[in-house]
Design a binder for this molecule. Structure first.
Ligand code: SAM
Length: 228
């Protein structure tokens, strides 16, 4: 069965998953980090507990905590059902089964929800959406996209990806995107052309293999940097 979501779902991963997906080192965690499309992930909240500040942007941050909670509840069943029907597309080692997946995702999203109102006041959660970011040139060291760019290649055009990455590179020195797969577990049709385009522009472009793999074959991220 092929996986297709009608819309881009609010679904959140944990701090540990972000560290693994983006191979973030201790010294990189000290840098200025922007999370694009962080949604209800708990990376920002856990970083705050560790005494570090991350800025996250997402269109869902225009909603109240209660409204986001409701959207998560609506999404939960859809994602669980579709994952159950597509078990063969995932690797069930660290995450043991669909029930376990539900537990760890809900734990991350609950942590996000507890932090959301304070984080908004502290400007750690900002309502914005790619391809436009309300930040100054080079304000950040690293801009991350987890489970947004490439994953929704069916919903978002190549032109959108280019505009979004240009904007992320305007506000930060380096962009990291994970995964390079689409929602169906196939390598996104855009990866090759994006890599070529930014290499031709003179950026440092590298596919970096990481220890994280849940979608089968989803064990690499794309790094695009202004310098090596
Ligand atoms: C599948 S979730 C991923 C959440 C988080 N990054 C993670 O990996 O756990 C995709 C997120 O992309 C957000 N999104 C949708 N359109 C967006 C846009 N134009 N710019 C930035 N984020 C967007 C959604 O609201 C949602 O929170």
């Amino acid at each position: 069965m092929s996986l297709k979501y009608e819309s881009i779902v609010p679904w959140g991963r944990s701090f540990d998953e972000y560290v693994e997906m983006f191979k973030l080192t201790e010294s990189e965690l000290e840098k200025e980090i922007l999370g694009c499309g962080d949604g209800p992930a708990s990376f920002n909240s856990t970083m705050k507990k560790k005494g570090r500040t991350v800025v996250s942007i997402d269109p869902i941050y225009q909603l109240s905590k209660e409204e986001i909670e409701k959207r998560i509840d609506e999404t939960y069943k859809e994602v669980m059902d579709r994952t159950s029907k597509n078990m063969d597309k995932f690797i069930w080692t660290n995450i043991k089964d669909v029930e376990h997946l539900g537990e760890i995702r809900m734990a991350a999203m609950k942590e996000f929800l507890q932090d959301y109102d304070v984080g908004k006041i502290e400007n750690r959660y900002a309502f914005a959406q790619l391809p436009i970011l309300p930040f100054k040139d080079n304000q950040f060291d690293i801009a991350l996209s987890s489970h947004f760019l490439f994953l929704y290649s069916d919903n978002l055009s190549f032109e959108f990806h280019k505009k979004a990455i240009n904007e992320m590179l305007r506000v930060s020195k380096e962009v990291r995107i994970f995964p390079l797969l689409d929602i169906n577990g196939a390598r996104s049709a855009y990866v090759y052309d994006i890599m070529k385009l930014y290499s031709d522009y003179g950026y440092y472009v590298q596919e970096v293999y990481v220890d994280y793999e849940f979608q089968k074959g989803g064990n690499s991220m794309l790094k695009i940097g202004k310098s090596r």
